[in-house]
Design a binder for this molecule. Structure first.
Ligand code: GAF
Length: 391
């Protein structure tokens, strides 16, 4: 462990992404930036819809970021003003007055309220938020925004939390303010990510182990263009079915075995449980394949995971299935939908020498199927959320 990133990043550096935000802060609010924070997105390589039943996942941070620059305000108004080129302008009330709005600022309102509840003295500030992480593409843009703001608050106030407590605070903000009953995967991945490494996340004891990635491998993320909204109900419905299976078996699905499935009479609930039980096994097999330096086996497990998410867990869509079929045809070692599903992105492991052919086949097949342009991005494993004072 501890190797360099699998390939050189092809994406813009943090400095490149920060410069225009600092310019906007000075033009809009007449201030020089004093603090900055950055949080990566995450891609889950294998182990989806396992986190809310004490299961296993294997994510990594990606070099696509949410960023914020900040300056203190010098008037008496107890508020944070913020601007995002993508989402517009907003204000957050300080002093425990942050309440839900039903828009993107709820992620920030939740994080702010929970830090203030813990006694963090958040001062009036002006912020500019930006970055290059696509929103709603299954890459944890919401967890990235939460953790970015959380680390900013910590640097500004000195109220420092451990990475796991920071992640749990952000998960709570997502539950209570954004209304999404998510597990811990996204916030832990964004909080603990390390450059050049993936993580084995055990959602039972919340342990995070670092995993070395093969050196000659490239990781592609392909956006299906279908935008998911986890708060829409599909995610909560899957969670309820998993809980129904656990209730019936009288144990966590983490402890269940394939033979237990015969005890579940309802076909849909049985299929959902089958996905979770087999997915946990696939995560362990994937980890073993990587340690044995056998990326071919690891890749096959990714394809199996996709089939399970598509058939048994029913969270894929025709666009994602088309992308995975195209990746297979292009000879990718492995590919699968990643994250919550109902749209979003595919992740693929591709041999360096096959990268151009992969782009060609995936683009062509997706277009021929009538789905337009597939957005392909090559990513490397990036470090987790952090913040700092500017000179
Ligand atoms: C979403 C959720 F936010 C995560 O907690 C996880 O359940 C994931 O879907 C599926 O693995 O990203």
């Amino acid at each position: 462990f501890g190797k360099a990133p699998v390939t050189e990043s092809l994406n813009p550096s943090l400095a490149t992404l920060l410069a225009p935000l600092a310019t906007t802060l000075s033009q809009r609010y007449g201030k020089e930036a004093i603090w900055a924070a950055a949080a990566p997105g995450r891609v889950n390589i294998i182990g989806d819809h396992t986190d809310y039943s004490e299961g296993l996942a294997l994510p990594m941070g990606i070099d696509l970021y949410t960023l914020v620059v900040a300056a203190s305000r010098d008037d008496d108004r107890q508020l944070i003003r913020l601007f995002s080129a993508e989402e517009g302008e907003a204000e957050l009330a300080l002093g425990g007055a942050a309440s839900r709005r039903g828009d993107w600022t709820d992620y920030l309102r939740g994080v702010l309220a929970l830090y203030e509840e813990q006694g963090a003295a958040v001062p009036p500030m002006d912020l500019v938020i930006g970055g290059n992480l696509p929103l709603g593409a299954g890459l944890s843009s919401s967890a990235s925004l939460e953790l970015c703001f959380a680390t900013l608050i910590e640097t500004v106030t000195g109220h420092a939390l451990r990475p796991e407590d920071r992640a749990l605070l952000c998960q709570r903000a997502e539950h209570d303010y954004a209304g999404v009953p998510c597990g811990i995967l996204d916030q832990f991945a964004v909080s603990f990510a390390r450059e050049g490494a993936a993580m084995l996340l055990d959602c039972r004891d919340q342990n995070v182990g670092m995993i070395e990635l093969p050196g000659d491998l490239r990781i592609a993320i392909v956006d299906s263009g279908v935008r998911h909204a986890l708060a829409d109900g599909g995610y909560g419905a899957r969670r309820a079915q998993v809980e129904a299976a656990e209730h019936l078996l009288g144990k966590s699905l983490r402890d269940a075995r394939p033979e237990d499935l015969t005890l579940i009479p309802d076909k849909t609930v049985r299929q959902r449980a089958k996905h979770v039980i087999t997915e946990n096994a696939r995560v362990l097999a994937f980890q073993a394949a990587l340690s044995a330096r056998d990326p071919a086996t690891a890749g096959q497990l990714m394809y199996q995971s996709h089939d399970s998410l598509s058939r048994d867990f029913a969270v894929s869509c025709i666009e994602l299935d088309t992308l995975v079929a195209a990746a297979r045809r292009a000879g990718a070692l492995g590919a699968r939908m990643t994250g919550g599903g109902f749209g979003g992105s595919m992740v693929a492991f591709v041999n360096s020498s096959d990268a151009m052919a992969f782009e060609e086949v995936v683009t062509t097949d997706f277009r021929k199927a009538g789905f337009g342009e597939a957005g392909i991005r090559w990513v490397t494993a990036a470090a987790g959320a952090r913040s700092w004072a500017l000179a």
